[in-house]
Design a protein around this ligand. Sequence first.
Ligand code: ATP
Length: 218
Amino acid sequence: MDKIKIGLFGGTFNPVHQGHIKAAERVQQKFCLDKVLFIPSNIPPHKNMDAVALPEHRLNMVKLAIADFSRFELCSVEMEAGGKSYSIYTLKKIKKMFPDNDVFFILGIDAFLEIDTWKDYEKVLQQCCFIVISRSGFRLLDAKKVIGGKYGGRICDVSGVQIGRDYKFFPGKIFLFPINALHVASTEIRKRIREGASWEGMVAERVEYYIKENRLYQ
Ligand code: ATP
């Protein structure tokens, strides 16, 4: 049987916004991924939890945001596990769920620049491919400087590269994928809601209703 290609898109998704959705769409198409799993973290180890909505709200919002995308799926392993969410454990579980398939870790350059703060990050980097996407305010090429340039040799810019369905992937590769990332962040959305400013169009319509109905981030 052919291998399938699975993208893991983890995040706090507090709330999930159009920047996440557009980025995941671009990556899914470029890398011919069979599915993209959206994995909301339970307790993100690197974020201040003060303004983080309850796990079930963040889960529900992701469900609503991806409802129209046949290749997107919600994956609740981190919430089911409880406690702090570490990518190394998530990856282990996903590999058990989908043995012998190609697994890709999808993340923005802002997150990749902090990878040396992750638990067992070297193992995570070894065990799957990484797809690093642009984020406004950050330079994608700075990925080459991460950890003193230690991983520079594994980095491959795919901007001009055509990736067909039979492209061979090897774990440990780090793909840089420049996209026109939407200039939107969950922090900004929360701030605008708090201050009564406009946040129109930043999240999917169903997510907007959900936030209003549940009076989140007030
Ligand atoms: P916050 O503002 O609360 O820090 P965020 O908007 O960065 O949140 P996260 O849920 O922390 O959202 O992000 C999950 C993943 O999505 C990260 O890898 C992040 O780099 C990426 N990401 C977030 N926003 C965008 C965007 N606008 N374009 C591309 N990638 C994004």
